[in-house]
Design a protein around this ligand. Structure first.
Ligand code: THU
Length: 176
């Protein structure tokens, strides 16, 4: 697996037009998933049951696999004051980092279900969660593999979060 950095290449600023490529895999046959990936997807699905989402009725579950093999799950937690709520990814990642600050996050599985209609396509993380996951990638210097799936249907596998957020905001500019 290679890690692609979608950050502006300052040396190439002479070029007026540039193209970004996005690498990802769509898996329709579960035999193409490892036992570890299948288990993580299952755990993310089970975590949707703990979602508190009376307003959107959109239940999201996230399962995070740490380098030491521990799996942490989380689900979206809404609030009547909408911005106070938290996405499933943020609940899981922040809890994982609070419990195991030294452990790298290897992979995250995200699943979703809606009360009134089936979600049969992969659900991708929101922009704020992409920024959060990039912070972790940056800190651990290892990509986080994403496994995305709805209630059923194909699984999308993405080799790192930077693929999902080109030109992300990097804390490097704050620290230099
Ligand atoms: N949500 C997540 O948990 N993760 C995402 O990446 C997208 C959105 C939640 C937030 C809110 O509770 C509900 O889904 C509808 O936006």
């Amino acid at each position: 697996m290679h890690f692609i950095l979608y950050f502006p290449n300052l040396k190439a600023f002479g070029l007026k037009e540039k193209t970004l490529e996005h690498h990802y895999t769509i898996i329709t046959d579960t035999q193409e998933l490892s036992d570890s990936e299948l288990n993580l997807l299952k755990q993310a699905w089970e975590a949707t049951a703990t979602s508190y989402s009376p307003y959107s009725r959109f239940a999201v579950g996230a399962a995070v696999l740490l380098e030491n093999g521990v799996i942490i799950t989380g689900s979206n937690q809404e609030n009547a004051s909408f911005p106070v709520g938290s996405c499933a990814e943020r609940v899981a990642v922040h809890f994982a980092k609070a419990q195991y600050p030294e452990e790298a996050i290897i992979m995250i599985a995200i699943r979703a279900k809606k009360a009134d209609h089936p979600i049969i396509q992969p659900v991708t993380p929101c922009g704020a969660c992409r920024q959060l996951l990039i912070e972790v990638e940056h800190q651990q210097k290892k990509p986080i593999i994403l496994l995305l799936q709805g209630e059923s249907g194909p699984v999308m596998r993405i080799g790192g979060v930077k693929i999902l957020l080109p030109f992300y905001f990097s804390g490097d500019v704050l620290l230099s």
